[in-house]
Design a protein around this ligand. Structure first.
Ligand SMILES: Cc1ccc2c(c1)c1c3c(c(C)cc1n2CCCN)C(=O)NC3=O
Length: 278
């Protein structure tokens, strides 16, 4: 069982404003007194007993910590420290102060293909590193793609939130039906064995949205969205894609493929002619 620091996190950090919250607990800005620097504190409520419904299972937190301790990469959020009290684990994470990629894009009229490519290259470099370490994120979506400094002419992308991530052991079969309907791969919905290819499906969906503002499978309800995903039923809306290059559409089509084995890998995406013109 992993041991985290038993000291009180507030002996080292001042807890500041809430940055976000979810089923897991809260993410808050924290100030480290000794270094006078800001970080993000992810406060996770831990189940007190096995039959308790509230809070997270400690093993799932240990899995997230183990994965973050492996992943040292410029496009993946860094884990600095972990504290534990009786009912809470606190992850001290790199503060990614530029906010979510999609909020950055929402502030612009529309995104040029060359701008989308620059963001996607960084996302794919982070994914290539993750997948080479046999780790899949399994929750790639715009909310989990952050910018380090949105004021910079070339903002740096950071992938965050590895709460659903999985580290595959050799030959292991892993199934999960967690995730967000708009972005999850068909094999997740039908509870088939998963692989890093599920992340590549999400990249196809994210690219479609980056270039059009539309979500390819979104229906009126989650149920309808899931049906559209399973049917791999999407089109390039003529109005929204009228100015989109055929190379960009080819990139998306080579990711939104029902059979996970036929999808491009992160490495193949990085040498696709749309991303890396000859
Ligand atoms: C400036 C800002 C604003 C909101 C933030 C974050 C940073 C943030 C961060 C993290 C997580 C897991 C969630 C976060 N959230 C919650 C929303 C994430 N989609 C994180 O790991 N580092 C962050 O800076």
């Amino acid at each position: 069982m992993a041991l985290f620091k038993p000291e009180n996190v507030e002996d080292f950090y001042e807890i500041e404003e809430v940055l976000g919250s979810g089923h897991f607990g809260q993410v808050r800005k924290v100030y480290e007194r000794t270094s006078r620097t800001h970080w993000a504190g992810k406060f996770l409520k831990i189940r007190k007993t096995a039959c308790s419904r509230l809070g997270l299972d400690r093993t799932s937190v240990e899995r997230e910590v183990e994965i973050l301790q492996i992943l040292h990469h410029p496009n993946i959020v860094a884990l600095k420290d972990v504290f534990e009290s009786r009912s809470e684990v606190v992850l001290i994470l790199e503060l990614v102060s530029g906010g979510e990629l999609f909020d950055f894009i929402a502030e612009k009229e529309n995104l040029l293909e060359c701008e989308a490519i620059e963001f996607l290259k960084q996302i794919l470099e982070g994914l290539k590193f993750m997948h080479k370490n046999n780790i899949a994120h399994f929750d790639l979506k715009p909310e989990n793609i952050m910018l380090s400094d949105k004021g910079s002419p070339h903002p740096n992308i950071k992938l965050i939130d590895f709460g659903l991530a999985h580290h595959f052991c050799q030959g292991e079969e892993y199934r999960s039906t967690s995730g967000t309907p708009q972005y999850i791969a068909p094999e997740m919905i039908s509870n088939e064995p998963l692989s890093t290819a599920a992340d590549m499906w999400s990249i196809g969906v994210i690219t479609y949205i980056l270039l059009s503002g539309l979500s390819p499978f979104q229906g009126e309800t989650d149920e309808e969205t899931l049906k559209n995903v399973i049917a791999t039923d999407y089109q390039f809306n003529k109005h929204y894609f009228s100015m989109t290059s055929s190379m960009a559409k080819d990139f998306i089509m080579k990711l939104l493929i029902k059979n996970p084995n036929e999808r491009m890998t992160a490495e193949e995406c990085l040498v696709h002619p749309w991303i890396k013109p000859i």
